[in-house]
Design a protein around this ligand. Structure first.
Ligand SMILES: O=C1O[C@H](COP(=O)(O)O)[C@@H](O)[C@H](O)[C@H]1O
Length: 241
């Protein structure tokens, strides 16, 4: 695991935008398309805005990137809480990505059907490879959840399915989420975490004993891929390393 500490969210987003742009260009020297999983929540917003601007809007070959989502809140696309909507507004409506390269988790059909359809898409994409995505961008909630893998829920123990849908009582909504097995087959996973509110959880996730029921972010351990944490000083403030 590699830890990258920045002064604040702005510096972190700038460092990560440069890192992602270099990584994409490097990977695309050896293959035609790049598969990129976006995360939702509030943390990646400033990163997406930066990627949508020069120099990255010009440096990244957007037509060769295929976008996926790590998880979705099952609310209409027009709802502010919709993870895909945030990525569209901050990035995908600005740069030139062909529509057919963008794979949202649908919220206009039954959640279970949407999850099954998404899994089909992924199985087709990765049928000839042991590795799944080139890059998975993840956030971590203050409670240690990542994707929609929340502490104490059965989804945390999923060992086989790649995508799942379930009712999240605490938020009164369905969630659709990638699972740890598909993310752990990715070539590279990058977590972003900012703010003092995440400091103690980050310490438990990175330096604590393994307890994925309590801290589901610990489930993310790519089998053969890279794992990076991009954090700011506030989030890193409780770490000993
Ligand atoms: O609910 C969610 O939360 C996590 C973390 O969000 P943040 O606001 O603390 O950045 C996010 O990664 C996930 O995609 C989202 O559905």
């Amino acid at each position: 695991m590699e830890l990258h500490i920045a002064k604040n969210t702005q510096e972190l987003s700038e460092n990560l935008a440069a890192w992602i742009s270099n990584y994409i260009q490097e990977v695309l020297q050896d293959q035609d398309i790049f598969t990129f999983v976006l995360s939702g929540g509030s943390t990646p917003k400033s990163l997406y805005h930066l990627l949508a601007k020069e120099p990255y809007s010009k440096m990244i070959p957007w037509e060769r990137i295929h976008f996926f989502w790590g998880d979705e809140r099952v609310v209409p696309f027009e709802d502010d809480r919709n993870n895909a909507r945030m990525a569209f507004e901050s990035l995908l409506e600005v740069v030139k990505v062909p529509k057919e390269n963008i794979h949202v988790m649908r919220t206009d059909i039954k959640p279970e059907e949407s999850a099954a359809a998404y899994e089909e898409i992924l199985l087709e994409y990765f049928k000839d490879s042991d590795t799944t995505f080139d890059l998975v961008l993840l956030g971590m909630g203050d409670d240690g959840h990542t994707l929609s893998l929340f502490p104490g829920l059965p989804i945390v123990n999923e060992k086989k399915a790649w995508v799942n849908a379930f009712w999240l009582q605490a938020q009164d909504m369905y969630r659709i989420t990638l699972t740890a097995p598909v993310v752990n087959q990715a070539a590279c996973v990058v977590f972003m975490a900012t703010g003092g509110g995440k400091a103690l959880t980050l310490k438990s996730v990175i330096e604590g004993t393994f307890d994925a029921e309590k801290f589901p972010s610990q489930l993310i351990r790519p089998q053969d891929g890279e794992l990076h944490w991009f954090v700011d000083e506030a989030a890193a403030s409780a770490l000993e390393m």
